[in-house]
Design a protein around this ligand. Sequence first.
Ligand code: NAI
Length: 221
Amino acid sequence: MVNICDRKTDFSGKKRSSTFAKILSVFRRTSGNGVERISSNDLSKKMKVTASQIRQDLNNFGGFGQQGYGYNVKYLYTEIGKILGLDKTHNIVIIGAGNLGQALANYAAFERSGFLLKGIFDINPTLKGMTIRDVPIRMMEELPEFVQNNDIEIAALTIPKTKAVEVAELLVDNGVRAIWNFAHTDLNLPKNVIVENVHLSESLMRLSYNVNRYNYFNAKE
Ligand code: NAI
């Protein structure tokens, strides 16, 4: 197995990390079925990614499988978990306890992957003291001290886009290293800060595109 830190591969590659995330999700579904080995062809059918793409992405990280023998599910699950950093825990805060922030905070499954919700922040005083899954909503004045004292690595930004830049800078100044940005705006943070922009509407457009294609081809038959 290679040390991922030694390699020149582009680890931030969206396609590759999405292949890994899909593999993990397939394994989570199949591990209960007692499946010990899985071939790249079987993975390909379950993931809707070509078998060669899967082999290529996995080969970049060293030998995970033997030719013609498939992948050992348990081993690959553990190794991919390490590549994605899921063998460690990550402390998260959510900034903006509105519709989206509350929905994320209520989603307990993130914790199974090691993402621990430590705090929720807002500026709206009527939310102060409310709890979501036992995590209290705090006011923004408390944020700097809280982030510094609780080893917060990731912040989810679910606030209006007009506030996102200043809040992101405040987070980074206090030690946050990664932003899960739902606000529709570019953040332009220092290079050592990782930003993942999320656009649910893009996913919806892909869905719409596929519905359109399906309708088009079925109308022709
Ligand atoms: P919302 O209005 O329900 O919630 C926003 C919350 O942010 C409110 O509780 C408000 O008090 C708080 N807030 C405002 N300024 C703040 C500040 N400076 N610091 C801390 N908290 C502050 O809005 P909703 O529907 O939850 O959406 C939140 C954001 O997420 C919006 O920017 C929206 O456009 C975006 N969004 C993005 C999606 C995506 O796919 N990327 C999908 C849905 C929403």
